[in-house]
Design a protein around this ligand. Structure first.
Ligand SMILES: Nc1ncnc2c1ncn2[C@@H]1O[C@H](COP(=O)(O)OP(=O)(O)O)[C@@H](O)[C@H]1O
Ligand SMILES: [Mg+2]
Length: 195
């Protein structure tokens, strides 16, 4: 899977908050979620483009919860995955989380990526929002409640610094795979509090 992540024709930008709070979730699940979103972003940019991964601490207030049914008031960690790709028409937008819904050709899409994302988000009491328009790119925003646990072997900012360093390195085809693996590991470690 990782071989396909972040091909050379796609520019990766990171916008990571230095003091990211933790979320309490299974790292493997978070990895899966991110991978599914990154692969979709890549599929949406066959001619290349920009993939932006951003993290932020956000406080969801009553206004947000009201206008985003299913979201909860309180402190959250937000993961945003933005692409400059083809975007989605309204027909796709209403069905994208359905299991087996795909607009990709047979053998290319299974339609299980986003239903899996949705399941992981719900299981962790999170919320997912999608902003997209045909030809205008797509942004997925995933919100997870912040964990009250803080004790960590490695401070989040060290992990984030490592991720930033990886992202800044010029990519070469040989090294792209290992680079994206290191980058992902840094991101997960920065975000997750082990239960
Ligand atoms: N970043 C994106 N840009 C455009 N369309 C997307 C994006 N992510 C998902 N989609 C649409 O949602 C559908 C379902 O996605 P997914 O569940 O991951 O299944 P698959 O990738 O196997 O098609 C895709 O087929 C595509 O039409
Ligand atoms: Mg997919």
């Amino acid at each position: 899977m990782l071989r396909r992540v972040m091909g050379e024709h796609i520019e990766l930008r990171l916008d990571l908050t230095p003091d990211l709070q933790r979320v309490q979730t299974d790292p493997a699940q978070l990895h899966q979620l991110n991978m599914n979103l990154v692969l979709n972003a890549q599929d949406a940019m066959p001619q290349g483009g920009v993939l932006t991964i951003a993290t932020a601490n956000v406080l969801l207030d009553a206004g947000f919860a009201q206008s985003h049914p299913g979201s909860q008031v309180g402190p959250h960690v937000r993961l945003s995955i933005q692409d400059t790709g083809m975007g989605m028409d309204s027909e796709t937008q209403v069905r994208l989380f359905e299991p087996f819904f795909t607009t990709k050709r047979p053998g290319k899409g299974t339609g299980l990526g986003l239903s899996t994302v949705y399941g992981i988000v719900k299981q962790n009491k999170g919320y997912v929002a999608v902003e997209t328009a045909l030809g205008q790119g797509t942004t997925f925003k995933i919100y997870f409640p912040q964990s009250s646990k803080t004790a960590q072997e490695t401070p989040a900012r060290d992990q984030l610094a490592a991720a930033q360093t990886e992202a800044r390195k010029p990519s070469s085809s040989r090294k792209t795979k290992r680079r994206s693996e290191r980058l992902h590991v840094s991101l997960w470690n920065a975000m997750v509090t082990r239960a």
